[in-house]
Ligand binder design. Structure first.
Ligand code: ZN
Length: 132
């Protein structure tokens, strides 16, 4: 499944970033997904549950933000946002354009981390020192 491999790489990347905050818990991951990224948002959310299961970020919430398509129109000399992905015409003059400036994104926008979790970890570390 296309979405599962995308989500898996997001999980890897988030896990890596979260490693900089030992003991902190990842609460929420925000993704920016362009309207042209050809991914199904519902599938991303579904795969998120599978991909995070059993990992350090299990239970983190996935928030997908859809980014609209923006095209550059040469005659108008400006970029405009499109309503959909059906037609690549400048909304101002109707000129056909294939100069897509935005809408192919597939990136992590932000990761929300519960740093208060550090205190809990300190407690857990103490316990971990007890053999057995
Ligand atoms: Zn135009």
């Amino acid at each position: 499944m296309h979405e599962l491999s995308i989500v898996s790489s997001v999980v890897d990347s988030v896990t890596e970033s979260a490693a900089a905050y030992p003991g902190a818990r990842v609460l929420e991951v925000r993704l920016r997904v362009g309207a042209l990224a050809s991914v199904v948002v519902d599938s991303l959310e579904f795969c998120w549950g599978i991909a995070t299961e059993g990992t350090e970020i299990e239970g983190a919430k996935l928030v997908v933000k859809t980014v609209p398509v923006v095209v550059w129109c040469e005659p108008c000399g400006k970029a405009s946002e499109l309503d959909g992905v059906q037609s690549f015409r400048c909304p101002l003059c109707g000129e056909l354009t294939m100069d897509v400036r935005q809408g192919r994104e597939l990136e992590i926008e932000s990761i929300e981390i519960d740093e208060a979790g550090e205190n809990e970890t300190a407690g857990r570390r103490d316990k971990a020192e007890v053999p057995g």
